[in-house]
Design a binder for this molecule. Structure first.
Ligand code: IMP
Length: 183
């Protein structure tokens, strides 16, 4: 239906994943993480990759049943609707993660450049004891890395999406549902 479409700058998007489906995917990954970490003696770090993962990490965090610390980092590799292939560390970690177990919370894994560069940096440069990857969404047709993705909410085809934290040139992050580009 025409009125379901949304316009962000020069692009039109149509409804794709309903909020309820996103929440169900978050419930599922939270259960998997709880099964692995419940009862742990250490305080794992939940690392929010800003800005896109804010809504996802916020929902996930409320479902985690073990003591954990929320830390953030800001990275950037996307310009418009394309990955640039270069991952920039825009803002450092908000807290030291040396010797800690880290669960990276990512909104979406596309080529995997961001997640692989971040995991390497956390282990080699920041001295994390262990790093696991949790992503709300995965584009398996584009992901070309060998790195294991420990927790995946939902796999989707290769299309550009916005909403629930995901943006098109910083617009669309506040939309409850996920929309796909209408080409
Ligand atoms: P990667 O490094 O190619 O895996 O890209 C990961 C990052 O690119 C994500 O954290 C998002 O910020 C952004 N990204 C990838 N796909 C999309 C999309 O479909 N919409 C909006 N942002 C995306």
């Amino acid at each position: 239906m025409k009125e379901d479409r949304i316009q962000l700058f020069d692009k039109t998007f149509k409804p794709y994943i309903r909020h309820e489906q996103i929440i169900a995917a978050i419930d599922k990954v939270a259960e998997e993480i709880n099964a692995d970490y419940r009862g742990c003696q250490d305080i794992p770090v939940v690392l929010c990759v800003l800005n896109g993962s804010i809504p996802f990490t916020g929902e996930l965090l409320q479902r985690l049943e073990f003591n954990c610390q929320l830390v953030s980092i800001k990275l950037s590799s996307y310009q418009g609707t394309q990955s640039t292939g270069t991952v920039l560390n825009v803002m450092g970690l908000t807290s030291n993660v040396r010797g800690r177990r880290v669960i990276i919370c990512e909104d979406i894994v596309d080529t995997g450049n961001t997640i692989v560069a971040l995991k390497e940096m956390l282990l080699d440069k920041e001295g994390a004891a262990d790093v696991r990857i949790c992503t709300m969404l995965l584009k398996p047709d584009v992901y070309d890395k060998n790195e294991k993705l420990d927790y995946v909410g939902m796999s989707i085809p290769n299309a550009f999406i916005v909403g629930f934290g995901l943006d098109y040139n910083e617009l669309g992050r506040n939309i409850k549902d996920i929309y796909v580009i209408d080409e």
